[in-house]
Design a protein around this ligand. Structure first.
Ligand code: ADE
Ligand code: ZN
Length: 335
């Protein structure tokens, strides 16, 4: 089977996807018109044309502005359903999806609006094509830890729907050490923990996420390669990194895809995975990211298979389900 066909055929998981970052310009336009929200653009094309970023913050400014069109339960249903249908096309059989409650609660849109919307779409995807979904509730690190603690408390009724907590938004100047209490409280409640670290921030932030927040996975983590001792730690612990290649190019973490270090990390035995992050802003869903590695980094079949297997190994699925998918991949590759 050709590599391109294998990318499409293999079952995959996606572990680093912000649902608000899957809001396509066409949906943003329709929801703005539905709710009478004035956008600073005069067409869908103008929204697309605005997606040129210098760094993480220049993206986040548009991402939070875009999320303002999400107002009622149906909007969150449509947003989630559109992403899950896209998963079906890319053969993503399991997704661990981040959502940012504070982006919505700060606008007066509560858990009782977005959680039932998400839940309806997830239930339909499970019933209709057997999709498996976990939710990751992410705290915004540019806001005080107190706000994150309030958010954790506000979510109480919805804990059964949530698998893990995360930490995202503006990284530089907002280190993991500021969020020790809310992560300790989350762990005590039984949630898995992930945190963005080493996207723009230094390796020190990755150390903090490991040692102070006790995370189960690092989101991004590409700057690990600057610290040999950290690299050894990641390998010794099998600590996964959820890497987002096209995101890193759009946000200028690397100048060009040919400069990306994901395959070096993989060949060095770090458990790296491929993810889309915010696909509608960065120009590609999951398979587009795999295809970019093939085109610009000459990813070979063995590397593809390892990346896809890592996506299951790094997931929060129970061991028997992971093993079932790993065997299925072996079967497909052997054909
Ligand atoms: N929120 C959405 N996408 C993000 C990213 N790539 N980094 C930090 N916060 C985010
Ligand atoms: Zn992210």
């Amino acid at each position: 089977m050709s590599l391109i066909k294998l990318i499409e055929t293999l079952p995959k998981t996606e572990l680093h996807l912000h649902i608000e970052g899957s809001l396509e310009p066409s949906m943003m336009w329709e929801l703005a018109s539905k709710h009478g929200v004035t956008l600073p653009y005069d067409s869908v094309e103008a929204i697309e044309a605005a997606y040129q970023f210098d760094d993480l913050q220049s993206f986040l400014d548009l991402y939070y502005q875009g999320a303002d069109v999400l107002r009622d339960e149906d909007d969150f249903y449509l947003l989630m359903m559109a992403y899950l249908q896209r998963c079906r096309i890319d053969n993503v059989v399991h997704a661990e999806i981040m959502f940012d409650p504070q982006t919505h609660t700060s606008r007066g849109v509560g858990f009782d609006v977005f959680m039932p919307g998400f839940n309806r779409a997830i239930t339909e995807a499970k019933q209709q094509w057997g999709m498996s979904v976990y939710l990751i509730m992410s705290f915004l690190r540019h806001l005080p830890e107190k706000d994150a603690i309030d958010t954790l408390n506000q979510a109480r009724e919805y804990y059964p729907m949530i698998k893990a907590v995360g930490l995202d938004s503006s990284e530089l100047g907002n280190p993991p050490e500021n969020f020790v209490k809310v992560f300790a409280a989350s762990r005590a409640l039984g949630f898995k923990c992930v945190a963005h670290a080493g996207e723009e921030g230094p390796p020190e932030y990755i150390w903090q996420a490991l040692d102070l927040l006790h995370v189960d996975r690092i989101d991004h983590g590409v700057r690990s390669s600057e610290d040999a001792v950290l690299m050894q730690r990641l390998k010794d612990e099998g600590m996964p990194l959820t890497v987002c290649p096209q995101s890193n190019i759009k946000l200028c973490v690397f100048d060009h895809m040919k400069d990306h270090n994901i395959l070096e990390l993989l060949d060095d035995d770090v458990c790296v995975t491929v993810n889309a992050d915010d696909p509608s802003y960065f120009g590609g869903y999951l398979n587009d990211n795999y295809r970019a590695l093939m085109t610009h980094l000459a990813m070979n079949e063995a590397q593809l298979v390892r990346l896809v297997k890592n996506s299951f190994v790094a997931s929060f699925l129970p061991a028997d389900e992971k093993n079932r998918w790993l065997r299925e991949i072996d079967k497909l590759v052997g054909m």
